[in-house]
Ligand binder design. Structure first.
Ligand SMILES: Cc1ncc(COP(=O)(O)O)c(C=O)c1O
Length: 389
């Protein structure tokens, strides 16, 4: 062989006996078959019959299998982001003329997709009060194909009565999807509570270090596996093994991170609850959080994200000053990573209340909570002394 050919068809090979604790990063688009009889053209690669990189390398499939094991799901698909997982649920289950339901407390881009692109496709998604519980029955129509839940909700943290919603949906044969990102798929047992589809933004707790964007979509049964697998294939949603390997690494430390973050978050939230500037602490473990009783009944713990609502006497300018004055809490979207984050919502409305400029969301990281409390105390005094921005 001439050298250009040798570059592509090398005979140099290393022994196969290398055994590492880490799952290898398998890159590849083309899968090579040994014989014509072995050619496979199928997205179902569960049993090792690989056909094409788009449907998942061993690294990506390993991540999916591990999350399925944790969530006790029939199967878990890995997707490029949490939002991609949300979009896939809609696109797999809804067609023109169909109807769906999404809580007002759902992640904004979930509701945004429903209000814009899905509406354009002739799919009608109604927004419902997250506290609705069994009352959801009255909103289900003959053409309802999907009910979304998210518990606790984004920013306003409402915990939903998932068993009541599931019971009403099952009676009408409508699948229930849950955004279970807060729970890392662990603190709330989605499938044990009868949910049909559980998605996570792996970007948050599983990735865990604010350096990877990934999503998971877990299904309860084979029929949903077939439907969602086919839609994912048609949409060409694929994930890099490098990203998946970061999430696999994240899984190894998830237990210690969650445990430490729960403790630190409770300490910080309790300190804030005692401050005169603060009206409400929206943390599922606090009685003032809407749906606290469902959290106590259905969850095995709490996580690192929560919100506070400033009293009306605190001008919104002072709230902005407070957020600007924080130093350890850095301003940024997302949560679930190792560092403390803060976010102020200039516009935020729910049916019963306008939270604009007064609700602040925190992610408590792995810092010592005593240092975070010093940061909060200092920023509160800056806000009191110099309320304007
Ligand atoms: C509850 C929830 N679901 C889904 C997402 C979307 O995840 P991603 O950023 O990976 O698209 C987020 C991200 O902020 C989220 O907070």
């Amino acid at each position: 062989m001439r050298w250009p050919t040798r570059l592509l068809h090398a005979t140099a090979a290393q022994p196969h006996a290398f055994r590492s604790l880490a799952t290898p990063v398998y890159r590849g688009s083309t899968v090579v078959f040994d014989r014509v009889a072995g050619i496979v053209d199928d997205w179902r690669q569960k049993d090792g019959a690989y056909s094409y990189g788009l449907y998942g390398s061993p690294t990506v499939l390993e991540l999916g299998a591990r999350i399925a094991e944790l969530e006790r799901a029939f199967h878990t698909f890995i997707l490029p982001s949490g939002q991609a997982a949300i979009a896939l649920v809609y696109l797999a289950l809804c067609r023109a003329g169909d109807h769906g339901l999404v809580p007002a407390s759902a992640y904004g881009p979930n509701r945004g997709l429903a209000a814009d692109m899905l509406k354009g496709f002739g799919i009608e998604i109604d927004v419902y009060d997250p506290a609705i519980g069994a009352g959801i029955e009255a909103l289900i129509r003959p053409n309802t194909r999907l009910i979304w839940t998210e518990s606790p909700g984004s920013a306003t943290m409402e915990v939903q009565d998932i068993p009541a919603i599931v019971a009403a949906a099952k009676a009408r044969g409508v699948p229930v999807a849950l955004d279970n990102t807060y729970s890392a798929g662990i603190l709330f047992d989605a499938f044990g509570h009868g949910v049909d589809i559980s998605i996570q933004a792996l970007t948050k707790y599983i990735g865990g270090h604010s350096d990877v964007l990934l999503g998971s979509l877990s299904v309860a049964n084979e029929a949903l596996y077939e439907r969602i697998g086919a839609a994912r294939t048609q949409l060409g949603l694929s994930v890099s093994p490098d990203e998946a390997s970061l999430a696999l690494r994240g899984l190894q430390t998830l237990a210690v991170r969650l445990e430490r973050m729960e403790k630190s978050t409770l300490e910080v939230a309790h300190w804030l609850a005692a401050r005169p500037e603060i009206d409400l602490v929206l943390h599922p473990a606090f009685p003032g959080c809407p749906g606290h009783e469902y959290w106590k009944r259905d969850f095995i713990g709490s996580a690192s994200v929560f919100s506070i609502l400033f009293r009306d006497e605190m001008p919104t300018d002072a709230v902005s000053t407070f957020v600007d004055a924080l130093e350890l809490f850095q301003m940024g979207w997302s949560w679930g990573g190792t560092t403390a984050l803060v976010m102020l919502y200039p516009e935020l409305k729910r049916a019963d209340r306008d939270y604009a400029g007064r609700l602040v969301r925190f992610n408590v990281g792995l810092e010592d909570p005593a240092d975070l409390i010093v940061d909060l105390a200092r920023a509160l005094s800056v806000a009191r002394e110099k309320p304007g921005p």
